[in-house]
Design a protein around this ligand. Structure first.
Ligand code: SAM
Ligand code: SF4
Ligand code: SF4
Length: 341
């Protein structure tokens, strides 16, 4: 099954909650996600049964990898039960799906062992700085970095490897932290992914000046810790991978702004309330929750998904450069916390 630009569907990201205990300035700024912000009610969220049915339909259409995200997925009560249900699913040729989760790590020390036990395959932890003052300014809820690092190690000890660490780099905010982060994770089992700050949603006040191009990040690290490029291992891989020449592991750079990878994009996203988005920047989602709650059977659900994917022609990151700032802001894009990163 391929979309109009001949891209298969392989990867499904599922937002299990729109809530978060952090207020990262680039994702859920307090000015927008303040005390009076209306989050979704519990019955508006997909239930675990509904998520599992959608994932089964996705697997029937070629999906091999699921990623649970949010908001903060570890805030969803009983998340390990969802992982256990998803771990039962199989591809049409009988293989289990890869089940990954992206987290801010705050609750990982408590949850890692149960998640592993339930069948989680891998985890990605977001860490934007090792400097506690910078880290706390970025999460904006005074959460100490030491607790996230403890979660990261707990995940490793629980056998949830290989673990990726995501760092969103914002010019003037944490760009000085690139080298300390590289030094810290060099020679460890954790592989660092540097993500270009993106114009997701409409609340983070994005501007191109705040993006640190991946090429600059690679150059900065390479000057002290020489790097060499590794070819892509999985088609549709978002990160360009580099390895340390001295054998100290690898890093990845995700250049969504300076080197868009829409041509191989095989990802779909399910929002917290069950809308299927065929692009992180799509203005509209397709309401699969309405189908589920309207009594559709599994075949009907899989067919609906196939026809949505078949009509897909999204390539926003490739088009971004040709949009004026006014056109970019006028476009109503979903927030990352609702759609899932
Ligand atoms: N709360 C979890 C976390 O922070 O890992 C999962 C959800 S979060 C939306 C998923 C990923 O998106 C995180 O690594 C986060 O840093 C990244 N992210 C959020 N807003 C972003 C933006 N504007 N540009 C680039 N990455 C962003
Ligand atoms: Fe929460 Fe993750 Fe967004 Fe930070 S990036 S506000 S931790 S959802
Ligand atoms: Fe995929 Fe859309 Fe991102 Fe392009 S902009 S890589 S189509 S999610």
């Amino acid at each position: 099954m391929a979309d109009r630009l001949d891209r298969p569907l392989r990867d499904l990201r599922i937002s299990v909650t729109d809530r978060c205990n952090f207020r990262c300035v680039y994702c859920m700024p307090k000015t927008v996600f303040g005390r009076d912000h209306a989050f979704l009610e519990h019955d508006e969220l997909l239930s675990f049964e509904e998520i599992t049915r959608l994932a089964r339909a996705a697997a029937a259409n070629g999906v091999e990898k699921l990623r649970l995200t949010g908001g903060e997925p570890l805030l969803r009560r009983g998340i390990e039960d969802l992982v256990a249900a998803l771990a039962e699913l199989r591809t049409p040729d009988g293989r289990p799906l890869e089940i990954a989760l992206t987290t801010n790590g705050a609750a990982l020390a408590v949850k890692a062992a149960a998640l592993r036990e339930a069948g989680l395959t891998r985890v990605t932890v977001s860490v934007d700085s090792l400097d506690d003052a910078v880290f706390q300014a970025m999460n904006d809820v005074r959460f100490p970095v030491a607790r996230v690092l403890a979660g990261l190690h707990a995940a490793h000890d629980a056998g949830l490897g290989p673990i990726k660490v995501n760092m969103v780099v914002k010019r003037g905010v944490n760009d000085r932290e690139v080298l300390p982060m590289a030094r810290h994770f060099h020679g460890t089992p954790f592989s660092l992914r540097f993500i270009e700050y993106m114009d997701v949603g409409n609340s983070n006040g994005w501007s191109l000046d705040e993006v640190v191009p991946s090429a600059e990040i690679v150059e900065t690290i390479d000057r002290e810790l020489p790097l060499e490029r590794i070819g892509a291992q999985v088609p549709g891989e978002t990160a360009a991978r580099w390895r340390y020449v001295d054998g100290g592991g690898e890093i990845g750079v995700i250049s969504s702004v300076t080197n868009a990878f829409c041509g191989t994009c095989n990802r779909a996203r399910i929002s917290t309330e069950g809308k299927l988005f065929t692009c992180l920047f799509a203005t509209e989602g397709h309401d699969l929750r309405a189908l589920l709650r309207g009594g559709v059977d599994d075949d009907g659900l899989a067919r609906a998904m196939a026809s949505i994917w078949g009509a897909r022609d999204d390539r926003y990151s490739e088009e971004r450069a040709s949009l004026t700032p006014e056109l970019r802001t006028a476009r109503r894009k979903p927030e990352m916390s609702y759609l899932g990163g």
